[in-house]
Design a binder for this molecule. Structure first.
Ligand code: F1X
Ligand code: MN
Length: 460
């Protein structure tokens, strides 16, 4: 029986049996609560209240579109979200999903698994006494259930406004980034190998720090990119705790050198937040194509609204459309190019229900073999963001020095790299003493989003 991160557990242990050896330490959550506890106790209710408020503010739109039925639906969705807020705030038992959806059975089987771990007690899985990763994902899946149980507004994205606001508030930085990309495009042919590598590293770092714009961390409060991120990279370098960018360069530049034999170089990007972060990822993807470091890019978003700011297919298309219609010619050219990449099949967007399920990634081979097989076609997979890191490493309280490869527990469809700012109490692959030193100098270094990593797990 191994332990993992509990939301809040007075015994200091939650029972989450894992079927692999790992240096697992449980996070005993002191009464003040860990970051996990504060997320569920304080931040989640804030996010639910904002979702309820959004529904309220769209009441007349629902009436215009659907008449009385729209009003009824708004009332129903609000009452379901209010019930969810009460359950989470008062540590009620976690209840099964009732509305038919692609993964209802998978979620309920996982809930039964959580129940089986408590079998020697008559306890039910509860909000404050279950693994944080499970509880937080469950909460967002319950938000989705509340909406799909309220037709005809069952396709409403309660987070859409916040994601769009993030984009518009970041427009200055987006413009600067697109201009930078277009200028780079005009000089790319004259760049020496080393210069090309440095440009690649710049855009990787921009994609990394774009991950700070995370609306779940901010509790739904605005978290846009207001400064020109390109000018801040040098100052931010000391905050990169693990820097495997050289591995990414050597992998892709070798693919480029052997292009005659291997005609395709595919980079897969498992996306995170929409808005500014998504633009940084699309800029990186564009550069990978026109620098010839890759020949096709595959993107993975979320099938349902997720963790407030995560990207759905609607967000992906909306951002490209917005960039295309920007009144700055260089920005608009980016949008036109990106739309053409999609049309030509050089950019491919994939949806899969696994990404919004309860499982950590080491279960993917068994739970979603089709997705695992798809990822195996990539030469390199970039996992953006903190939640992906938690699912890559099983959100266990590993020792800081445990090798990344070990924490992945056999998940390795292809060479992969986590590009993540730290917003949860988990980090592996550090040097001896590095974690302790940070804790001594900055107790909250794991959760502020101020530090970042490029953590690579290469060819076996
Ligand atoms: O995956 P992202 O967008 O980088 O971050 C998501 C996230 O930081 O938001 C929550 C903040 O409490 C965490 O649970 C989760 O890891
Ligand atoms: Mn996110």
């Amino acid at each position: 029986m191994f332990t993992c991160r509990a939301v809040h557990s007075v015994t200091g242990f939650c029972s989450c049996r894992s079927d692999y050896l790992g240096s697992l330490l449980c996070l005993s959550c002191p009464p003040s609560g860990s970051f996990a506890y504060l997320t569920i106790k304080d931040r989640l209710p804030q996010i639910l209240t904002k979702a309820i408020d959004t529904l309220h503010r769209h009441k007349s739109e629902f009436f215009e579109k659907h008449g009385e039925k729209g009003m009824e639906a708004e009332k129903k969705a609000i009452s379901l979200l209010s019930k969810l807020r009460n359950e989470s705030q008062t540590d009620k038992p976690i209840i099964p999903f009732v509305e038919k959806f692609a993964d209802t059975d998978i979620w309920n089987q996982y809930l039964e698994y959580q129940q089986s771990l408590l079998n020697d007690t008559d306890e039910k899985p509860r909000w404050f006494y279950s693994p944080w990763l499970f509880v937080e994902c469950y909460a967002y899946r319950r938000i989705h259930e509340a909406v799909i149980q309220s037709p005809p507004i069952d396709d409403f994205d309660v987070f859409k406004e916040a994601k769009e606001q993030n984009f518009f508030e970041s427009l200055e930085s987006i413009t600067a980034l697109c201009i930078h990309l277009q200028e780079l495009m005009t000089t790319i042919e004259d760049l020496e190998e080393n210069q090309l590598k440095n440009e690649f590293f710049k855009l990787l770092q921009i994609s990394l720090w774009g991950n700070k714009c995370d609306l779940s961390l901010s509790g739904g409060e605005t978290s846009s990119q207001k400064t020109n991120i390109i000018n801040t990279l040098e100052d931010l370098k000391p905050f990169i705790l693990v820097n495997d960018m050289e591995h990414l360069w050597s992998l892709l530049s070798n693919c480029k050198k052997t292009r005659e034999k291997v005609s395709v170089t595919r980079v897969d990007i498992v996306l995170d937040n929409s808005g500014f972060e998504l633009v940084t990822d699309l800029v990186l993807a564009d550069f990978l194509l026109f620098s010839n470091l890759a020949t096709e890019i595959h993107f993975y978003g979320k099938m349902i609204p997720w963790f407030v700011s995560d990207t759905t297919i609607h967000d992906f298309n909306w951002v490209i459309e917005q960039v295309k219609h920007c009144d700055h010619k260089w920005v608009s050219k980016c949008g036109v190019d990106w739309e053409n990449y999609v049309k030509m099949g050089k950019w491919v967007y994939h949806d899969h229900i696994f990404w919004t399920g309860p499982h950590e990634f080491c279960a993917m081979f068994h739970v979603a073999p089709d997705l695992y097989a798809e990822l195996q076609k990539a030469h390199l997979i970039l996992f953006k963001g903190d939640l992906n890191y938690r699912k890559l490493t099983g959100d266990r309280k590993w020792e800081f020095t445990v090798p990344f490869h070990r924490a992945l527990n056999g998940f390795h469809p292809a060479p992969l790299c986590s590009i993540r700012t730290l917003k949860a109490e988990i980090q592996v692959g550090l040097r001896p003493g590095q974690g302790e030193q940070l804790t001594a100098s900055e107790p909250n270094w794991l959760t502020t989003g101020k530090y970042g990593i490029f953590q690579f797990d290469g060819p076996l």
